[in-house]
Design a protein around this ligand. Structure first.
Ligand code: SDX
Length: 427
C-alpha cells in the first residue's frame, strides 16, 4: 500500500501527497503536484528538500556515517585508492583487477592538456587566486573537445569524465607553477595519480624528483576523502547547470565556482587563516567566545555541517592521516596541529557546540596535512576541487543518463505589486 501524506489547508479539501521511500534514510513527500493546487513549498537553503533521487552516496548525519555506493568511507580510505574510488562512483561497483588496470591506463593517458591551454594561463596575473584560474581553464576545456560534447552520447559522456578526472591535477599543478614563474611540468605515465600530481607540483626540469611514497599515499587519501558528498552546494550546482544541457566542462567549472566559498570548500583555506589569526593556544578561548557571539560574524572554520550532527567520518580519517604524515615527516609538534587539537578539545566540551551538535568537518584537519606536504594555503580549495571532480561527474552522469527536467525553482514574491510607469517629471 503506497504511503500518503494529507495536507490539510483551511477551507479546502485535504491534498493527498505521495510518500516515497529510498533504500535507506528518511522518506520523502512528493510535493510536485502542489503547483497545480496553487501552492509552492518554501525551503530557503533546501534544509528539508530532496532535490533528486541518487544511488551514489549516502550520509547518515546523526550516526556520522558516509557510504559511497554502499561502502563506508573508512573501509575505502584504508583499502582502496583514489582512482578505484573514481571507478566506484562512476560505475557503481568496485573494479576487477583488469578493469582497474584499464581505468588507470585510460586516466594516465588523458593527463596532458592541449598546448594552447599553456598560453591561456598567460592572461592571468602571477598572483591570481588559483581557484579563479581553475574556473576559467576548466570551463575553457570545452573549447578543445568539439568532437565529444554530445551529452546524449554515452561515449562522449565517458570520455569527458576521463578527461576531467585526468586533467584536474595537471591544471592544478600548472596553477602552482604559474604562480612561481617556474616551467610547467608535463605529466608522467610511469607514476600513479597522486605521485604524478606531486611530481608536476614540486618537480623541476633541472633535476630528477623522487616522490616520497608516504606523502603520495597521504595525497591519494586526501583526494579520496573529498571525492563525493551527495547533494552538497557544489554538486547541486553541477546538477542544476547540467539540467540545462550545458556541456560537462562548463558544469564542472560551475561546481568549482560554488566550492570556492568559505562556507563550503573554501573552509580548508579559511581554517589555516583562522589558526594563524588565533596564533597561540592562550587565545583559543577568546575565539571560541567570538564564535558563540550572535553579534559577531566570526565562525569556527572547519566546524559544523548541514548534515553531520556527529563527527564527520572524513575528519576522523583525516586526523589519523595527519598524525601519520606529521609523524613520518618528523613534524610531530607542528604548532598549528597542537593549536587545532586544543581548539577541537575546547569546542567539543563547550555547551554551545554540544547543544548545536557542531563537530569538526572534513576541512578542519585537511589544511594541516596539505601544508605539511608543502602545498600553499591558496591551493587548498583546488585540492578539494580535484578530489571532488569524480563526485561531480558521477552525479552529472547519473542525471543526464536518466530522465531529468531543467531545474527551475519558484519563489515567495515580496516585491511591489503591479503599478504604472512614472514619467521623470512626476518622480
Ligand atoms: C563542506 O554540504 C556538504 O556536504 C559540504 C561538504 C562537502 O563535502 O561537500 O561537507 C564540505 O562544505 C564542509 C563545511 C565547511 N564549512 C565550514 O567549516 C565553515 C564553518 N561552518 C559553518 O559556516 C556552518 O556550520 C555550515 C555552513 C557548514 C553549515 O551551516 P548550516 O547548516 O546552515 O547551519 P547553520 O548556519 O544554520 O548553523 C546552525 C547553528 C547556528 O546558530 P543558531 O542560528 O541556530 O543560533 O550553529 C551555528 C550557527 O550560528 N554554527 C556555528 C558554526 N556553524 C554553525 N557557530 C560557530 N561556528 C561554526 N562553525
Amino acid at each position: 500500500m503506497a504511503k500518503k501524506a494529507l495536507l490539510t489547508i483551511e477551507g479546502r479539501d485535504p491534498i493527498e501527497l505521495p510518500i516515497l521511500s529510498g533504500s535507506t534514510g528518511p522518506d520523502v513527500i512528493d510535493v510536485s503536484k502542489l503547483t497545480a493546487q496553487g501552492y509552492f513549498t518554501y525551503d530557503p537553503g533546501f534544509v528539508s528538500t530532496a532535490s533528486c533521487d541518487s544511488a551514489i552516496t549516502y550520509i547518515d548525519g546523526d550516526a556520522g556515517t558516509l557510504l559511497h555506493r554502499g561502502y563506508p568511507i573508512e573501509q575505502l580510505a584504508e583499502n582502496s585508492d583514489f582512482l578505484e574510488m573514481c571507478y566506484l562512483l562512476l560505475y557503481g561497483e568496485l573494479p576487477t583487477a583488469d578493469e582497474k588496470a584499464q581505468f588507470d591506463y585510460t586516466i594516465s593517458h588523458h593527463t596532458m592538456v592541449h598546448e594552447q591551454i599553456r598560453v591561456f594561463f598567460n592572461g592571468f596575473r602571477r598572483d591570481a587566486h588559483p581557484m579563479a584560474i581553475m574556473i576559467g581553464v576548466v570551463g575553457a576545456l570545452s573549447a578543445f573537445y568539439h568532437d565529444s560534447l554530445d551529452i546524449a552520447d554515452e561515449r562522449h559522456r565517458n570520455v569527458s569524465a576521463m578527461r576531467l578526472i585526468a586533467k584536474m591535477p595537471t591544471l592544478a599543478a600548472m596553477c602552482y607553477k604559474y604562480s612561481l614563474g617556474q616551467p610547467f611540468m608535463y605529466p608522467r605515465n610511469d607514476l600513479n595519480y597522486a605521485e604524478n600530481f606531486l611530481y608536476m607540483m614540486f618537480g623541476v626540469p633541472c633535476e630528477t624528483y623522487e616522490v616520497n611514497p608516504i606523502i603520495a599515499r597521504a595525497m591519494d587519501r586526501i583526494f579520496m576523502l573529498h571525492a563525493d558528498h551527495e547533494q552538497n552546494a557544489s554538486t547541486s550546482t553541477v546538477r542544476l547547470a547540467g539540467s540545462t544541457g550545458a556541456n560537462p566542462f562548463a558544469c564542472i567549472a560551475s561546481g568549482i565556482a560554488a566550492l570556492w566559498g568559505p562556507s563550503h570548500g573554501g573552509a580548508n583555506e579559511a581554517v589555516l587563516n583562522m589558526l594563524d589569526e588565533i596564533g597561540d593556544v592562550s587565545r583559543v578561548s577568546e575565539f571560541v567566545k567570538r564564535a558563540k557571539d550572535k553579534d559577531d560574524p566570526f565562525r569556527l572554520m572547519g566546524f559544523g555541517h548541514r548534515v553531520y550532527k556527529n563527527y564527520d567520518p572524513r575528519a576522523r580519517v583525516m586526523k589519523q592521516t595527519c598524525d601519520e604524515v606529521l609523524d613520518q615527516l618528523g613534524v610531530n609538534n607542528d604548532p598549528q596541529l597542537q593549536l587545532a587539537m586544543e581548539l577541537e578539545k575546547i569546542a567539543l566540551e563547550d555547551p554551545y557546540f554540544v547543544e548545536k551538535k557542531l563537530y569538526p568537518n572534513v576541512d578542519f584537519y585537511s589544511g594541516i596535512i596539505l601544508k605539511a606536504i608543502g602545498i600553499p594555503v591558496s591551493m587548498f580549495t583546488v585540492m578539494f576541487a580535484t578530489g571532488r571532480t569524480p563526485g561531480w561527474i558521477a552525479h552529472w552522469n547519473e542525471m543526464i543518463s536518466g530522465s531529468y527536467k531543467i531545474g527551475r525553482p519558484r519563489q515567495l514574491y515580496t516585491g511591489e505589486n503591479q503599478r504604472d510607469f512614472k514619467p521623470m517629471k512626476d518622480r
